[in-house]
Design a binder for this molecule. Structure first.
Ligand SMILES: *Cc1c(COP(=O)(O)O)cnc(C)c1O
Length: 443
């Protein structure tokens, strides 16, 4: 009898996320043994360029020497302590530096471990804020069509992606969805800003009628990631901010995917010149190393909870809230942003990547709606094949790239450390994968 392989053991004991496990009868798992910069290296020594930053989390490559060194030092100092009743340098410094990045408009950081929890915290804080003000009926939420804010039962209330929500609909106290400002919806002669104004008019109609019951609007600023890298004009955020002010409704910016420089500015909201009442971060904030999420809130929100009575306090908690190792990874990540001038360097890299993708795919007969916002590039593929995404992914692996289309949308969301050779490898791999995925089905 042979010893079971890692794949066999994994299939027997690990229930993988976002996966119909039976499909692994035909499509083997990829056993990764090592990471090195933008590369993942599998058990056979095959190198895969991580074109989607391992689900949008990695910013500066795998096994980054500077983040590794910071973590090693933290490991020998303090691995963890509870954050209720205790504090420590990494969590304080991280909170101070994030507040400074918002110009101290969002000066209070509340911590959790994953993105969905950050969404839940923002929703709970918003509703509890209104309750503390004597407006407990303001407890409903509004999100955009196609929005994704996580998959816990609470976060599903504001997530509008059918495959994640439909099976659990009876468990969820669903919010209201309003039209998306998706720039692809432009009618002939309309600009992306026109689509934004049209969507904002629909938001206004909703808030005019329902503001007394509405706690908050939650948005993914500039790019709705999980529904297929839907991009929209910053004008929508400006109008939404003004409407939220007019109707006394919070604006929650879920920057879990688009924050940390992904769209070109450190926070995506900066491109609209607005600040939300709550800002959620996760994914890239720890450089892709450790589970860490947080919600930044304004002084006004914080003040509404600050009182003698415990019931006015925000009594939410997670065991690993403010974990020192995760905060240290985040501090090392912020150090790299500062020391390497990452936002400026990304402007150059984003242009190189955009030029390479447009040159290769811009005139491809099956490619539609090629779009870019900073370090996110996407295009839609005109094909009837229902298994397009899986076939593209599989073909990409054969050509040394990790790319995982969402439905018929191919996207690139790589770490910020690509050189010209990496860009060429990524685009070549994608072109080969596209050609194979578009071949007629056999038989
Ligand atoms: C990934 C994501 C989440 C959920 O984060 P998890 O850590 O996967 O729970 C929430 N909102 C957005 C915009 C995301 O992209």
């Amino acid at each position: 009898m042979h010893a079971p392989s890692l794949l066999e053991r994994s299939l027997r004991s690990v229930w993988h996320p976002c996966t119909q496990m039976k499909q692994h009868e035909a499509l083997p798992l990829v056993p990764i043994v090592r990471g090195e910069g933008p590369w993942l290296i599998d058990a056979e020594g095959r190198r895969l360029l991580d074109g989607i930053s391992s689900w949008w989390v990695n910013l500066f490559g795998h096994c980054n020497p500077r983040i590794n060194a910071a973590l090693r030092a933290q490991l020998d100092t303090l691995e963890h302590v509870m954050l209720a009743g205790f504090t420590h340098e990494p969590v304080v410094e991280l909170s101070e530096r994030l507040a400074a990045l918002t110009g101290h408009r969002l000066g209070h950081a509340f911590y959790a471990s994953d993105g969905a929890s950050a969404t839940e915290i923002a929703l709970k804080m918003s509703a509890h804020y209104w309750r503390n003000l004597g407006l407990a009926e303001k407890s409903r939420f509004v999100s955009l069509a196609g929005s994704y804010h996580g998959e816990t039962v609470g976060a599903l209330a504001v997530t509008d992606v059918a495959i994640f929500r439909d099976a659990y609909a009876p468990l969820v106290r669903a919010g209201t969805t309003v039209p998306t400002p998706d720039a692809r919806l432009a009618l002939p002669g309309e600009s992306a800003a026109d689509v934004a104004r049209r969507a904002a008019a629909a938001l206004e109609a909703h808030l005019a009628e329902h503001h007394a019951q509405t706690a908050a609007l939650i948005v993914e600023p500039l790019v709705q990631g999980a529904s297929g890298m839907v991009m929209y004009d910053p004008e929508y955020l400006r109008l939404a901010r003004a409407l939220c002010d007019r109707y006394r409704v919070h604006l929650i910016a879920d920057e879990i995917a688009v924050g940390c420089g992904r769209t070109g500015t450190f926070f995506a909201c900066e491109q609209a010149g607005i600040w939300p009442d709550f800002l959620c971060l996760s994914k890239g904030i720890s450089g892709g190393y450790l589970p860490l999420s947080l919600v930044l809130a304004t002084n006004t929100v914080y003040a509404a909870f600050y009182a003698d009575s415990a019931t006015r306090a925000f009594l939410h908690s997670h065991s690993y809230t403010g974990n020192p190792l995760a905060c240290r990874a985040a501090l090392a990540t912020l150090d790299i942003f500062e020391q390497d001038g990452v936002l400026a360097a990304n402007r150059v890299l984003a242009r190189q990547l955009g030029d390479a993708v447009r040159a290769r795919f811009g005139a491809h007969p099956a490619v539609r709606q090629l779009r870019q916002r900073g370090m996110i590039l996407a295009f839609d593929v005109a094909t009837e094949r229902p298994d397009f995404a899986r076939n593209f992914f599989r073909a990409g692996l054969d050509h040394g790239v990790l790319l995982r289309p969402i439905g018929n949308t191919v996207y690139f969301m790589p770490p910020y450390i690509l050189d010209a050779a990496h860009v060429a490898h990524l685009v070549d791999g994608a072109a080969a994968a596209l050609a194979e995925a578009l071949e007629p089905a056999p038989g």
